[in-house]
Design a protein around this ligand. Structure first.
Ligand code: PLP
Length: 371
């Protein structure tokens, strides 16, 4: 069976190094924040090209605190996309603000920036583009629209560690960038983790305070804060793994390009070739008759996944936002047809070839007709 993701393959290579770093952190008994986390923050800020990075307990917390630090709250509107993981939208709702959706571009599957202006009202305070599957959203256009309407730009870079355009990396385009270090992400902890990156000292200081009970100085609680701190063990792990990220991303791009070159048949392929502006977190094709094709791939011992089967505006939990089927046709079509293929840096070329052959065979078969 070719798994969708194999975290053990990575652990087999760097496990001993991680175990050494974790033991070191354990023996220091400085279990929360501390030097290991501070060192990782400094390295990650340098990597992203921002003045500051603040480590947190998850990517969801990163989005939540980025919004709060930017002053977003009840009565405000925040523009984002329905083609994302629910956390993007949940974080906006945690602040009391209202998410306002714009559809994605059918070529890039990221925010269609030409649709921002029509959604801006007197209450709009921020825009949250999502670098879906690791592909940078059109940050030039989005930042220009944000300047025109005086909006804060908060990047959801949870899938895009290391993606760059013209020397600028994910997390450094907007006012503040949000990362997840969930184990399956391109840079993954041995548990939960997240961070924000920013050049703005005021935003970094606000997130630092909010993650630790709104303190400024011990027991001086100046904000209504949270316990969103990162563990020392995760800081130690991430500090080691960051050194491998560029190599892993290069492997991911190489595999994604092999897929793009090898696949044919009745498929919608993602726009390639994949360059530095795509961290290739997910490689997804679009297929008619997804269930049938998925079944044929499973029969050929190829595991697949769907990112995401239902766009956020049609999820039952968010029906209260008042959106309906048909509101975002590009997102809805993607949700119906998208199919993600195995992709991780250690995936062997022979396995890639097997996936390509299986998918080409599955999609070359005539579409099933009902009698
Ligand atoms: C993973 C992810 C998040 C949430 O990160 P967690 O660390 O799981 O809280 C947010 N947005 C996107 C786009 C993600 O992929």
């Amino acid at each position: 069976m070719i798994p969708f993701l194999d975290l053990r393959a990575q652990y087999r290579i760097i496990g001993p190094q991680l175990e050494h770093a974790v033991l070191d952190a354990m023996r220091e008994c400085n279990f929360v924040l501390g030097d290991k986390v501070a060192d990782f923050e400094a390295s990650f800020a340098r990597y992203c090209g921002t003045g500051h990075a603040v480590a947190l307990n998850s990517g969801t917390s990163a989005l939540h605190l980025a919004l709060l630090a930017a002053g977003i709250g009840p009565g405000d509107e925040v523009i984002t996309v329905p083609t994302t993981f629910v956390a993007t939208v949940a974080a906006i709702l945690y602040t009391g603000a209202t998410p306002v959706f714009v559809d994605v571009d059918p070529a890039t599957w990221t925010m269609d920036p030409t649709r921002i202006a029509e959604k801006v009202t007197g209450r709009t305070k921020a825009v949250v583009p999502v670098h879906l599957h690791g592909r940078l959203a059109d940050m030039t256009f989005i930042c220009a629209a944000a300047r025109r309407f005086d909006l804060v730009v908060i990047e959801d870079a949870a899938q895009a560690h290391g993606a760059e355009r013209d020397g600028v990396r994910a997390g450094a385009f907007g006012d503040i960038g949000c990362f997840s270090f969930y184990p399956g992400k391109n840079l993954g902890a041995c548990g939960e983790g997240g961070a924000v990156t920013t050049d703005r000292a005021d935003l970094a200081a606000a997130v630092r305070s909010l993650r630790d009970w709104g303190q400024e100085g011990k027991y001086n609680h100046v904000r209504h804060g949270f316990n969103f701190r990162m563990d020392a063990v995760q800081g130690a792990v991430l500090g080691i793994k960051l050194g491998y990220l560029d190599g892993w991303n290069a492997q991911r791009r190489r595999i994604a390009n092999l897929y793009n070159d090898g696949l044919f048949g009745d498929l919608g392929l993602p726009t390639g070739p994949f360059g530095l502006d795509h961290a290739c977190h997910v490689y997804a094709v679009q297929v008619e008759e997804r269930d049938r094709v998925r079944g044929l791939l499973a029969d050929a011992d190829v595991a697949t996944n769907i990112h995401y089967p239902v766009p956020v505006h049609l999820q039952p939990a968010y029906s209260g936002l008042g959106y309906h089927a048909g509101d975002f046709p590009v997102s809805e079509a993607l949700a119906r047809h998208t199919l993600s293929l195995p992709l991780y840096p250690e995936l062997a070329d022979a396995s890639v070839a097997k996936v390509i052959a299986a998918l080409n065979e599955a999609t070359a078969q005539p579409l099933a007709r009902t009698a």
